[in-house]
Design a protein around this ligand. Sequence first.
Ligand code: NDP
Ligand code: 2IT
Length: 451
Amino acid sequence: MSNNVYQQLVDDFMARVKAKNPGEAEFHQAVQEVVESLIPFVEENPQYKHAKILERMTEPERVILFRVPWMDDKGEIQINKGYRIEMSSAIGPYKGGLRFHPTVNLGILKFLAYEQVLKNSLTTLPMGGGKGGSDFDPKGKSDNEVMRFCQSFMTELQRHIGPNTDVPAGDIGVGGREIGFMFGQYKRLRNEFTGVLTGKGLEWGGSLIRPEATGYGCVYFAEEMLKTRGMSFAGKTVAISGSGNVAQYATEKVNMLGGKVVTLSDSNGTIYDPKGIDAEKLAWVLWLKNVKRGRIKEYVDKWGGEYYHEQRPWHVKCDVALPCATQNEVDKNDAEALVKNGCICVSEGANMPSTPDAVEVFIKAKILYGPGKAANAGGVATSGLEMTQNSMRLNWTRERVDEELHTIMINIHKTCQKYGTEPDGFINYVKGANVGGFVKVADSMLAQGLV
Ligand code: NDP
Ligand code: 2IT
């Protein structure tokens, strides 16, 4: 079949998705990227086509929308929206994070849940896909306000989730503090101490390495990509965006592997430190972001370097770029600047950080490009390991969990290589991740009848 015929099938598919899900731009974007890879594969494997597996996967199994009323410190009543998208339970209980950010809406959560299904499949662990959250903004709120919000949010969510049904975790705006408040409320309402959330504190059922896992995994994945061209992190200059959970531990792992991280950012701007963000400076960033909850520009007052207000890191010269902030944070211009400045590897810690135009630039330039659903799967994979430890009522050592995480990332890389290697030897990781993640979900759906 020619490329034109495939393109027509993609266009027809997308026209139906857009008509059924109007206004959900990020969801359309995520689906488009996946079906561009998968339609040729499905055409070659008609059992999936006849069973309309792709069409079924693109409709969530269940969408839960609810009101979250809470009272702020002034005694004023606030109302937020709460969501949980239960996208697929084909290979295990729904699994995926909760995002608290003022931009959260149905389309963003559906894109995240859609990606999560294929990502979770790639990990090889038995986890379905879901995502949820709220348009609540934790920034500037007191701990008590965050607690009251989390308690109200969980008061409704608890009836829909459970350790064998749906197991949420963190994402943007949801870290250890929020997971703690939500876990406490679940326990009060259900009277059970169980592995219903991951990212828990170490003292109450959490796993070692879960806080580090997404950042470490993203760097392990980049390391595997670099190896295919006989390279390593030693001596490489690395640009990282974000300064939250994923960015922090990506920085730590790059340092451990002998690279030099020169940028971090937040939604206000980017800091550039040509000397490198070493362990001492990084420890300070963790305090700034996780304890003081301050802005990244404070870094330059403390450690020097430059601050670029309202700019992203991608115009700084680097060998490796790790986008670890949010969706669509690398556009075509950014991608062109990266390639022009000699960047050879992009590994996505964030979900869908590169726009479709930017991805095209990377693929055309044949640089190493690892899409989020492969490169950031270490976070949810380690959530899966937390679930295993909870079921066994045991805690594994740091070394054990890190080793399992590392092995999972190496195996995801192998899967991408298997399904994404093109005739000239170039590894198209987008195709590899999409096809590699799809097969297990699709075969499970075929086996389970019309679900
Ligand atoms: P955090 O909330 O810990 O940090 C998010 C960081 O990204 C902050 O520095 C934040 O800046 C910045 N950011 C958020 N939104 C925007 C925006 N609209 N524009 C610019 N910067 C922004 O979240 P995580 O580190 O957990 O998540 C980062 C990314 O990684 C997300 O895409 C998430 O989906 C993805 N991810 C997370 C996993 C996890 O285990 N936590 C697993 C896999 C993927 P500011 O403080 O100014 O808002
Ligand atoms: O996007 C993601 O994979 C996450 N936010 C982590 C999900 C999880 O369940 O650990």
